[in-house]
Write a protein that binds this ligand. Sequence first.
Ligand SMILES: Nc1nc2c(c(=O)[nH]1)N[C@H]1C(S)=C(S)[C@@H](COP(=O)(O)OP(=O)(O)OC[C@H]3O[C@@H](n4cnc5c(=O)[nH]c(N)nc54)[C@H](O)[C@@H]3O)O[C@H]1N2
Ligand SMILES: Nc1nc2c(c(=O)[nH]1)N[C@H]1C(S)=C(S)[C@@H](COP(=O)(O)OP(=O)(O)OC[C@H]3O[C@@H](n4cnc5c(=O)[nH]c(N)nc54)[C@H](O)[C@@H]3O)O[C@H]1N2
Ligand SMILES: [Mo]
Length: 765
Amino acid sequence: MLTSTHWGVYDVHVENGEIARVTPFEHDPDPSPIGQSLLGTVTGPARVRRPAVRKSWLERGAGASTEKRGCEPFVEVSWDEALELVSKELKRVTTRFGNSSIFAGSYGWSSAGRFHHAQSQVHRFMNSIGGYVAHVGTYSLGAARTLLPRILTDMDAMRAQHTPWVELEKHCQFMVAFGGIPSKNAQVNGGGASRHETRPALKRLAAAGVRFVNISPLRHDLGDAPGAEWIPIRPNTDAAFMLAIAHTLIAEGLHDRAFLARYCVGFDELSRYVMGEHDGVAKSAEWASTICEVAAATILTLARRMAANRTVVNVAWALQRGDHGEQPYWLGITLACLLGQVGTKGGGFALAYGPVNAEGANGSTFSGPVLPQGQNAVKTPIPVARIADMLENPGAEYDFNGKRCTYPDIRLIYWAGGNPFHHHQDLNRFIGAWRKPETIVVNEQYWNANAKMADIVLPATTMLERDDIGSASRDRYMIAMKRAIPPVGESRDDYEIFTALSERLGTKETFTEGRSSAAWLRHLYDVSRERAQKFDIRLPPFEAFWSEGLVELPLPDEPAVMMKAYRDDPDANRLPTPSGKIEIFSSTIHSFGYDDCRGHPAWYEPREWLGSPLAKRYPLHLISHQPSTRLHSQYDHGSVSLASKIQGREALTMHPVDAAARAIEAGEVVRVYNDRGACLAGVIVDDAVRPGVVVLPTGAWYDPLVPGEIGTLDKHGNPNVLTLDKGTSKLTQGCSAHTCLVEVEKFEGALPPVTAFDLPQFVKR
Ligand SMILES: Nc1nc2c(c(=O)[nH]1)N[C@H]1C(S)=C(S)[C@@H](COP(=O)(O)OP(=O)(O)OC[C@H]3O[C@@H](n4cnc5c(=O)[nH]c(N)nc54)[C@H](O)[C@@H]3O)O[C@H]1N2
Ligand SMILES: Nc1nc2c(c(=O)[nH]1)N[C@H]1C(S)=C(S)[C@@H](COP(=O)(O)OP(=O)(O)OC[C@H]3O[C@@H](n4cnc5c(=O)[nH]c(N)nc54)[C@H](O)[C@@H]3O)O[C@H]1N2
Ligand SMILES: [Mo]
């Protein structure tokens, strides 16, 4: 039976009602091992099996002892009782405070199946009962999604144009990759990754003579491109590095004046800044070398090579997930404009190859079923990563993308398909903010911190327990995901849960439109089948698709070339910016008057970085990047993730010099700390990371020494007890996770056991 996950398609073999084996999809040239983590987890002990309610909430109702979230026992209840409690509470809150007091932005990746996509389900449900406070943007692309439409085009429109590997192989000569092209990340793709292409492609490109440069604190970020050169830049200083390349190109007359004049606005403003006419500081290679700790000669040589070759400037999403994350994105595009190769096969910019499998895949931009979410009557969404600000400051004003906005007053939170105790920064601050709402309801599959920190937990099925369709833009196969096993425990599909709640709230017809899940699946398929015709794709009828188990989508007639249409005819294909051109200077952004994001890209010191005074106390920059052994927190309790732990803790990589200076040896457990918090981690010593930088992947399930307490030690290695919770700028308010300084010391004393995967305490009423 095929199933699709965000990290690949697998054949799931069931024997005696148990998952016996998981084998890779036969058409996948480079399957991800993460699929093996389904074994033993889906039917394992960490599943939420019955509805459960936090004891004080059950006894005393909404708002009872919210400081006890995370440390109090749960009482298991029947579905009938749980649904009655939740529906009554929704009625109370909406009647008394209005729908704008419900936060159900519910950010998160959920599962790959498109109908049972939990985030879509909860949004649809909330819209059907009068709306909710939503989120805009993502943790992935917070700065980019808001910036790009102002200077280039919509992020998704741009993403769909990425020149595929097959073309780069023929035309690209030089790949300059900021943040590398980490194939650990390309294991993943939202909605599915049926054919993993990135790792084999990097090898083919290298064999075809493409030279790679990895500008990153971590050598492994281009570990799969044979012969890649490594420039170990100081984290969060890429904007300075890029400005110095611009300076070199301009000073040496290597920039393409004709391209800049025809396709861009604002070169003169940028040039004045770069040459130091504003502030008397030329943004030269010499200038950048002290900020980035990269030799000036290295920057000069790189700039000249970029001009002499057919060059792609690739900027990993990670670079905009830091304070002032707009700047390296704006500058990456600007560098490609200076080189004048935007719109050519094999040149220009990419944003980015590496984060997911889709970029570089030569696939159709068609994607299959989407559950319609309806209309939201509440018009006060927040930028997704500003949740703690919102909870702490109801009624407060903040800047966002040219507007003054006001935080709503949240009384109830409903989450399905995401894990804020995985994804949000500064978890100790967040735990305090999380105490503000009167009620927190989650639909969860596993007893992770998301479930343990809630008041009411409703057990949700996994993709192996329901029928669904897996599909993603530029992915080659659409997958019929057939139920492999019955629901575990008393778990129910999110759709069933919301149907039952709607029934109690009198909105069932609006939510279900009279369809069962089977009817929805067929309906959504039929709608997408019709839409496919616009892409010249003929999909088989539903029955044929379902019995075949998959459908292969045809390749596009012509592979995409990033920005080619614009290059070919900039008048007929004006960009959706005010000037219709690429905006190196944006008069709109300039008009907002923000001190942290002016009208042209520039260097701003991040809140904390290795060049800041804080580095005296916390001399190590923490990179909390995506984990290679799982998707975020999903399947951290699976075999693949567990095998990578050291003494049960998440592995932290540090440079031999930094380890020796602290008398730390590989395999030991350390305490990683700063003013915001502390966690334990197991140590890997490796010179693949730059001195002064430590790397601790995200996703270890939050595991407090004293549950529920603010500031307690995390025993397991969740980097978000350390990270900075600050908007990237007033313009974009994205997440700044990669901006974080820490210190590391050997952990002395008795090692507390990891309890992250244990069940909470249950008591009888
Ligand atoms: N420090 C740091 N933090 C980061 C980042 C970083 O780089 N550094 N990256 C950020 C980024 S880019 C992202 S996208 C976020 C990711 O953050 P999330 O998307 O919130 O992380 P996941 O672990 O994927 O959370 C999915 C949750 O949904 C549950 N789930 C899965 N399927 C279903 C389902 O069908 N129904 C229900 N009800 N639940 C389901 C899972 O059990 C899990 O708890 O993290 C962000 N956080
Ligand atoms: N296996 C796996 N793959 C995933 C995910 C997962 O959880 N697991 N999550 C997916 C998601 S939701 C997303 S959004 C994408 C994210 O994709 P990215 O945002 O690109 O991923 P990261 O792993 O955070 O960062 C990539 C690399 O950037 C480097 N880096 C960090 N900060 C800096 C900096 O300041 N300068 C430079 N030059 N380099 C820096 C780090 O060394 C890091 O390894 O990944 C996706 N892919
Ligand atoms: Mo993401």
